[in-house]
Design a protein around this ligand. Structure first.
Ligand code: HEC
Length: 191
């Protein structure tokens, strides 16, 4: 009887462990897929943004981003049957606010940066057992037009345009290479 209970205990333990943990193979598959989806979204968003910047600078690009950033990400999300979110602890649009898991991941990346470590994507299961991909977003030089240091890399004029759309904007003052936030991609097959 004792043995059976013991075995049952092991079986229950393995079952729950399997649900929570992912194999290294699964993790690397979702890392590759996550990177592909983040790159596709980034290219689509960035391409459209650059077009608008050429057409009319920040006064054209910022309102475009305001109206379409979500839709563009959703289009890529539908194609891959995932949910895509970009989030940060220094938000521009409060609709992109991080949930508690995302806040933890942001803190984890910031701790690694403080320790001088390289950042790598993180794949883990969410509380419902769906694989979830997180990756850091770092700022490039071209991003500073709208996220840079006021009066240096970012013009006051650009800031005023952005502040009319996002009065509580916290997403300025960054330098090239700074950690801006994270990609948060959920592989929920029901999406
Ligand atoms: C033309 C101005 C402009 C440029 C250039 C720009 N952004 Fe943004 N960014 C915005 C706007 C506007 C939003 C808010 C979009 C929304 O409403 O979802 C935003 C939102 C974000 C967010 C989502 C989190 C939040 O705070 O709402 C991230 C992450 C981000 N930008 C990173 C970048 C990176 C990385 C680059 C360069 C590759 C970049 N941005 C270039 C204007 C810009």
């Amino acid at each position: 009887m004792k043995n059976i209970l013991g075995l049952l205990g092991v079986a229950v333990f393995l079952f729950t462990a399997c649900q929570k943990e992912m194999t290294e193979k699964e993790k690397s598959e979702y890392t590759i897929k996550g990177k592909e989806i983040a790159t596709a979204t980034f290219k689509k968003l960035g391409g459209e943004l650059e077009k608008k910047m050429k057409e009319g600078g920040v006064s054209k690009a910022a309102p475009f981003c305001n109206a379409n950033a979500g839709t563009i990400a959703d289009e890529v999300a539908n194609k891959y049957k995932v949910t895509i979110k970009r989030t940060s602890d220094k938000l521009r649009n409060k609709e992109n606010a991080p949930n508690s898991e995302e806040k933890t991941i942001i803190k984890r990346f910031q701790r690694l940066i403080a320790e001088g470590k390289n950042l790598k994507p993180i794949v883990e299961k969410d509380k419902d057992g769906h694989p979830h991909f997180y990756a850091p977003i770092k700022l490039k030089k071209k991003c500073l037009t709208c996220h840079g240091v006021l009066g240096e890399t970012m013009k006051h004029e650009a800031d005023s345009i952005i502040k009319t759309l996002y009065p509580n904007d916290k997403a300025i003052g960054f330098k090239e290479g700074d950690f801006r936030g994270i990609w948060s991609i959920n592989f929920n097959s029901k999406n």
